[in-house]
Structures are given as C-alpha cells and as structure tokens.
Write a protein of this length. Structure first.
Length: 261
C-alpha cells in the first residue's frame, strides 16, 4: 500500500514543483499573473550607458624634450557589449618638433567573464614632423580587465596594412592613501615582430615606460596629479632614433588632470 501511494504522489509532487518553478521564472521575467502590461523586467540588464575617461592629459618637463601627452577612452553600450574608442599620443612642445598619434582605436568590446573584456576592431596611427608625415591603419585584437590585486591591464596585438605586427601591454594600479588621494604606478612595453623604419619601430623589444603619479580627487570625476615618468628605447628602435638624432631615453616631471563624465 505504501509503495502504491508513493507511485501516485511522486508524479504529483514533481508536477507541483515544476509548476512552482515555472511560475517563479515567469514572475522573475515580469510576465507573471500579477504583472501589468508595460512593467519593466525586475533586473534591467539591457540598459545602455556611456562614459568618457580622460585617463591622462599631462605636460612633461623632460631632460631632452617638453611634451604634451594624452590618453583618452570612451565607450557606449550595455553590460556585455560595447563600442569602445581609445586614443593616445603626444606633441613635442619644446626641445624638438613633431609628435605622434600612437593609436586611435575603434573596437567592439565583449564581456567574457567578470571584469574582463575581449576587444577587436580597427586602428590608425600617425607621426608628424620634423620630417615627412606617416600614416598607417591596422587591425587590433586585445583584452582589457582587472587582474588580481586590482591591477588594470590592457594588452593588444596589432597588425598593419603591410603585415607588420606588434604587441603592447599597459598595467597600472591605484594605491589608496586617503579617501581622496591615490598613488598610481604605471608600466608600458612595446614588442614588435618586424621593423618599420617609417614609424621608428625595430624588431624585438622597442620600449619600456614607467611612471608614478600622485593624484588628489577634488571630486571623483576630477583629479589633478603630479609625478614622474621615464622611458627608454632598445635594440633596433634605439639605433633608428640615434641615426635620426633623437633621444633614446628620457626622465620627466609631469603634471596633469584625470577626469571622466
């Protein structure tokens, strides 16, 4: 008798459980029996947002040259997919001439795991003065995210129209000293698979750049800073710079602004 009762009640219990879960799912989707037409989803993960971050715009007083440098990012999209635009460059203000748009990238960004995005798109770079100007387009594939211990990492592989490939890596870490004051160490490296004399790029390790900046956030959206930065060229890249009469390393004091909106 007990076995027969179990055979009868087990399907009924399973059906009731399935119905309950189905109702909870429907309620969670905003389409349950008590919902009204036009009600939004309880968790709206389809909303879109945008942000512009001026990560660095700074003046650098160096041993060889005084330079205005910038690093700006902007994105628009949702939690999982975004249009991502990023540009970096510099303009020599004294002690030399010219400058460069190091990169201007327009990419599709996709969240692949918490705090990490894979990105792909097209980019453009340009050098100007004192000699002939040079321009070049390229494909870019990269990954950006937050590594353990809150290190922000941005790594990219770029392949130019001519088939030249190079890899760049940036990493930085915000060390909180007070509620408003941060000390930020920063590291950059560029490695190339081949040489490109038009852009002063040799095979192998091209450059290393280190920085240390102290900023004070008057508001979260606005923070002036001061610091130091150092860079050095290596290998064939350094040889090309010497041949053109350009410096192969530089130490500078910097002052700038970080802002976002």
């Amino acid at each position: 008798m007990k076995l027969k009762a179990f055979r009868l009640t087990a399907p009924l219990a399973a059906g009731a459980l399935a119905a309950t879960l189905g109702m909870q799912a429907a309620l969670g989707a905003g389409t349950g029996p008590q919902s009204q037409p036009g009600w939004p989803l309880p968790v709206n993960d389809a909303a879109t947002y945008g942000k512009v971050l001026v990560d660095r715009i700074e003046y650098a007083w160096g041993d060889e040259e005084d330079v205005l440098e910038y690093d700006v990012q902007a994105w628009y999209g949702g939690d999982y997919q975004r249009l991502w635009i990023e540009t970096e460059g510099e303009d020599v203000r004294s002690g030399g001439e010219g400058g460069e748009v190091e990169n201007f990238d327009v990419q599709y960004s996709r969240l692949i795991r918490p705090f990490w995005d894979v990105q792909a798109g097209l980019g453009f770079r340009r050098t100007y003065g004192p000699g002939p100007d040079h321009e070049q387009g390229y494909l870019v594939l990269g990954i950006q995210g937050l590594a353990p211990y809150l290190f922000e990492v941005d790594a990219n592989v770029r392949v130019s129209e001519e088939g030249d490939a190079w890899f760049d890596l940036e990493a930085e870490h915000d060390m909180r000293l007070t509620q408003r004051m941060y000390l930020q160490p920063r590291f950059e490296a560029v490695v190339a698979a081949g040489s490109d004399e038009a852009f002063g790029m040799g095979t192998g390790l091209n450059s290393l750049r280190l920085g240390l900046r102290l900023r004070y956030e008057f508001r979260r959206e606005f923070a002036p800073y001061v610091g130091v930065r150092w860079w050095r060229l290596y290998g064939e890249t350094a040889d090309m710079a010497r041949a053109d009469g350009e410096p192969t390393d530089d130490l500078a004091v910097v002052a700038g602004i970080r802002a976002w909106f």
